[in-house]
Ligand binder design. Structure first.
Ligand code: LLP
Length: 439
């Protein structure tokens, strides 16, 4: 077997029958066995990524918590995997919280985000007793304080800050700048005001400060600036306001390679963040708090490979070649939303040289339903299996039912074994909640 240089995933190779293998499994056989589209996760790679984060924290000797941002890919098996690997889980809705709880992860290991948590979601979080709630705004602060008081509970909270740092990334997915719907604004004094309110709220215990400055970040300068700003606020929370803060949560955002980006290893980025935190707290003569990170994409993204079956083709002479696959924006809306780029191969002829450019179209009734513009591929034939790399994050979790297309199945592969972790939806599933016009 020869290793192929996709650069985006570790446990991938090509066997003597020219088939792509993922985690020791033949991708063509997986497509036959489980159908297409199929999202295949390299389980070992996800475990290795998490272990690389642990390794850095341990080497640096800091107290820490890795809280997997489940919005990237949230299913029962995934929650179990990350918990097994020593992570907590960050959820942003009642649905994600339900999934994490249903997976058997203890409530104390779960943390809840969200800029508009509903009273029902907060009640559920209080009822199960989740580890911490990251409070986003004044409305939530008073609502949660009242709900906790009524329930006779004291709830651990972190407050989310908008530190006014814009990470160098796609504009739609940058959440840390000042003009943001998320968090208490630092520059205008909202963050201080929230901390002052917390002094008198007996039902809430403020244990830390949080910020998340964006996603798919390569440049650590944004993290450094955020840490500087948060350190000032943390010190004020502790010394001026007397709050029992002990956690600095720097969010997620570790960038990954999709095509030709040069992504620094997550361990380098994390080491740089820890170093900047150490410098910032030393300079303020304050002990380094427990550091929390919330990686999502970096854990789930590179490990996911989506398999599609090639169907129709259309050549427009002198303009473009289109090949259509049996999925599209319903299982991966990221090109349509963000102009995302992906690398793909034909899994049944994985070592054939690319001959032409083929634009990969989905099957939805929408011109914008494209997966890849101008992919370099061998001459495709109907029935070929197209493997699209680095599709593990924000694909299944952002899938839709447009055109009433069922969501794909998901398998985890490892050491040549495949485990179905999400069943494929059926046409009938799509209509299960519909009611007829007349009863
Ligand atoms: N923590 C918070 C508070 C977040 O808002 C996010 C992502 C994360 C952690 C995880 O960030 P990651 O490590 O995955 O970059 N749908 C977009 C990405 C949206 C990210 C939203 N927040 C995409 O497909 O690129």
């Amino acid at each position: 077997m020869t290793a192929i240089e996709t650069g985006v995933t570790a446990h991938v190779s090509i066997d003597e029958s020219h088939h792509l293998r993922i985690g020791g499994c033949d991708a063509v056989q997986l497509a036959q066995q489980f159908g297409t589209p199929l999202i295949v996760y390299d389980e070992q790679l996800m475990r290795e990524t998490i272990r690389a984060f642990h390794e850095v924290f341990r080497r640096e000797g800091v107290s820490y918590q890795i809280s997997y941002a489940s919005k990237a890919f949230c299913t029962i098996a995934m929650c179990q995997l990350v918990y097994e690997e020593g992570c907590g889980i960050d959820v942003v809705s009642g649905g994600e919280l339900y999934t994490a709880i249903a997976s058997g992860v203890p409530a104390e290991a779960i943390h809840m985000h969200g800029n508009n948590k509903t009273p029902e979601e907060l009640a559920y979080a209080l009822e199960v007793g989740i580890g911490a709630i990251i409070v986003d705004n004044f409305y939530e602060l008073s609502l949660l304080a009242k709900m906790a008081q009524d329930a006779g509970k004291v709830v651990d909270v972190l407050i989310r800050i908008a530190p006014g740092v814009e990470a160098h990334t796609h504009d739609f997915i940058s959440t840390g700048r000042q003009d943001s719907k998320f968090g208490f604004d630092l520059a205008s004094g909202q963050a201080d005001a929230a901390l002052r309110q917390l002094i008198d709220l007996d039902s809430l215990r403020c244990i830390g400060i949080h910020a998340h400055i964006g996603s798919q970040i390569f440049d650590v300068d944004g993290f450094r600036l955020m840490v500087e700003r948060l350190a000032d606020l943390y010190v004020a929370a502790k010394r001026e306001y007397g709050l029992p803060v002990r956690i600095l949560n720097v969010g997620g955002g570790f960038g990954i390679q999709y095509t030709d980006e040069v992504a620094p290893p997550v361990s380098d980025t994390l080491a740089a963040i820890i170093e900047s935190a150490r410098l910032a707290f030393d300079a303020r003569k304050e002990a380094l708090p427990t550091l929390w990170i919330e990686p999502g994409r970096s854990i789930a993204g590179p490990a996911g490979i989506t398999l599609y079956r090639v169907g129709s083709q259309k050549r427009i002479p002198g303009i473009r070649n289109y090949l259509a696959i049996d999925g599209g924006m319903t299982d991966n809306p990221r090109l349509a939303l963000y102009g995302a780029k992906y690398h793909a191969v034909l899994a049944n002829r994985a070592d054939e040289p690319a001959q032409t450019e083929w634009s990969v179209a989905g099957k939805c009734c929408e011109s914008g339903d494209m997966l890849i513009w101008d992919a370099h591929l061998p001459e495709p034939a109907s029935g070929d299996i197209l493997a699209v790399f680095a599709t593990g994050a924000y694909t299944y979790s952002m899938a839709s039912h447009y055109n009433r297309i069922p969501k794909p199945a998901v398998v985890f592969v490892r050491d040549g074994r495949a485990k179905l972790v999400v069943k494929r939806e059926t046409w009938a599933d799509l209509a299960t909640r519909d009611l007829p016009l007349s009863l």
